[in-house]
Write a protein that binds this ligand. Structure first.
Ligand SMILES: [Zn+2]
Length: 289
């Protein structure tokens, strides 16, 4: 599942190919049409597929940015501004190609669900194998309130204080720390991979109840999360299972992970795992106390 560093990588690659381009044609997949007809919100949210195609046609992409794990495209058309919030879900990906056949992986070719033709003739393609991704066309972020409830960007000055304050609330204080740091209302963009790594490096077991940690431990943990997110952005993110970037390339962070997906810790001890908040959590019973 793409996490914050992977989404940041997609944004950085989309900027030069998408900004200041106008969408001249939009084609959604048969799967989206048939799913929507059956009452399922498949990828394109709220709007009917033909309305989405009609509204997106003629839009100029003025800016591409990231908020938590959302990709924001600011759009203008007929003097009005819109926001396309896209989420990669489990296996979504954007590609900048001359034709669908140029998408570097047959699976992603087959699961191309939204094809935007740009005024330079290239295609911006949203592919999604498992279809947990989303394309949500809004006038502004406030039109979809969950976007306003996300924690500050982890790199913002106030993000650590926000995190510590939230952890003292009753609904979080009695939860395992791993569930808390993976909650997007408390920290933006810290998924399973980076939560696992940060807890390992801070020698904290994932099941530790949040209120038993000192503020100093919480601050150190937060700083570790920020450091790992930065490191991962620098090396192009983690490529685990289906994730690919805009150019179909893999990232390099998966080679640097010390605990996520490991059967054995560097200290020689076999790792243990348990399920926290529905996600598998791996830790070293020797290094993490
Ligand atoms: Zn160990």
């Amino acid at each position: 599942m793409p996490e914050l560093p992977e989404v940041e990588g997609v944004v950085r690659q989309l900027r030069p190919v998408a900004e200041q381009k106008t969408i001249t044609h939009v084609q959604l997949s048969e799967t989206i049409y048939t799913s929507k007809e059956a009452g399922k919100e498949c990828i394109v949210k709220v709007l009917a597929p033909h309305d989405f195609e009609r509204m997106m046609t003629g839009m100029t992409i003025t800016d591409v940015s990231r908020r938590a794990k959302y990709i924001y495209m600011t759009l203008t058309k007929d003097g009005r501004t819109y926001l396309l919030a896209s989420h990669l879900g489990m296996s979504g990906a954007w590609f900048d190609v001359a034709s669908i056949e140029d998408i570097p992986d047959a699976k992603y070719q087959k699961h191309a669900h939204a094809i935007f033709t740009l005024n330079n003739g290239r295609l911006l393609v949203f592919s999604d194998i498992r279809r947990f991704g989303e394309l949500r066309l809004l006038q502004e972020a406030a039109d979809y309130p969950p976007l306003l409830l996300m924690a500050p960007e982890p790199f913002d000055d106030d993000a650590c204080a926000y995190f510590i304050e939230k952890t003292t609330l009753k609904k979080y204080a009695n939860k395992p720390i791993k569930a808390v740091i993976m909650d997007g209302h408390i920290i933006s963009g810290c998924g399973n991979i980076y939560a696992t790594e940060a807890l390992y490096l801070e020698r904290i077991r994932p099941q530790t109840i949040t209120h038993t940690l000192s503020d100093a431990q919480k601050r150190a943990l937060f700083a570790q999360i920020v450091r790992i997110l930065h490191e991962s952005i620098e090396v192009g993110g983690s490529t685990i299972s289906d994730y690919r970037n805009v150019n179909g390339e893999a990232g390099g962070m998966q080679h640097r992970l010390k605990m996520y997906g490991k059967k054995q810790c560097a200290c020689g001890t076999a790792t243990e795992s348990l399920v926290i908040g529905g996600r598998t959590s791996v830790y070293c019973p020797n290094c993490q106390q």
